[in-house]
Design a protein around this ligand. Structure first.
Ligand SMILES: O=C1O[C@H](COP(=O)(O)O)[C@@H](O)[C@H](O)[C@H]1O
Length: 266
């Protein structure tokens, strides 16, 4: 059972925002698969392609129902283009790789053409891999696969399916780290991530905030403190990264279980 709350986000008065709360993680997984499949159908019909950005972490497990019937058969996987909002700079077969996590949990089970899955070049340094990934994105904009936001001048992905750490970090944008203030680059790198492994690449806030749709998926009591702060209408200057995700011209949806919103006052 979902509780659907659609109110202006305290930090995003101008952007569309809603919170969907479910009794269990299983219910979140059911709704997230439906949401993603519906967006895929919408964008494939409108523009003949669907650009989907994944995070690592627990998000991939909660996406599991997308690789099951009916979506396994009904989604037009041939039109999908898959990206990572962040990636650890490790070999693609390493246990810490976000690519490996998504491959094992989703991509190996659905028929997305291999050339439309944009993993990082794991032979490069963190800086080199970030520059290389941005170059690939720029080429996809030229090809018309990836849209641009008229509002921001940054790429506009059709959907970003994101998780959040217990500290409120999203992508590899961590609380108090200078990377949260990057305003020019599309993709940047970090060599001192407070969460291991230390070397990562990450989309920047201008790119995240240019998305058409963002699903922020939060499960479990470990996320409750950050969820409470993010959903509070009392904003302080020490914004968590998740509070800096404010879409310019898109729709932001929280998918939460009861435990994750257990500290939120309705
Ligand atoms: O390190 C990372 O952590 C976040 C959150 O992960 P979770 O396991 O707490 O859901 C994830 O979204 C990000 O992609 C990943 O690199």
């Amino acid at each position: 059972m979902a509780t659907d709350v659609a109110v202006p986000a305290p930090s995003a008065a101008a952007s569309k925002w809603k919170r969907l709360t479910f009794d269990t993680e299983e219910d979140v997984a059911v709704s997230l698969a439906k949401y993603t499949a519906e967006l895929s159908a919408k964008f494939v019909a409108e523009r003949g392609a669907f650009t989907a950005v994944l995070s690592g972490g627990t998000l991939i497990e909660t996406l599991r129902k997308l690789a099951e019937p009916p979506y396994l058969e009904t989604v037009d996987w041939s039109k999908w283009h898959v990206f990572w909002v962040d990636e650890r700079v490790v070999p693609k077969d390493h246990a810490d790789s976000n690519y490996k996590l998504a491959y094992d949990g989703l991509l190996s089970k659905v028929p997305i053409p291999a050339g439309q899955v944009y993993a990082i070049n794991d032979a490069l340094s963190a800086e080199g891999a970030a520059d290389d990934y941005e170059t690939i994105l720029r080429q996809l904009v030229k090809n018309g696969v990836l849209a641009m936001s008229a509002a921001t001048g940054f790429p506009k992905f059709d959907v970003m399916l994101l998780g959040m750490g217990p500290d409120g970090h999203i992508a590899s944008l961590f609380p108090g780290h200078p990377l949260v203030n990057e305003k020019q680059k599309w993709v940047t790198h970090i060599t001192d991530s407070p969460k291991p492994p230390p070397e990562r690449i990450t989309f920047t806030f201008p790119v995240i905030n240019s998305s058409a749709y963002v699903a922020m998926v939060v499960i479990g009591a470990g996320k409750a403190g950050a969820v409470q702060k993010a959903l509070s209408d009392k904003k302080t200057s020490d914004l968590l990264p998740v509070e800096m995700a404010v879409l310019q011209d898109g729709e932001f949806t929280w998918f939460a279980d009861q435990e994750a919103v257990s500290m939120v006052r309705n």
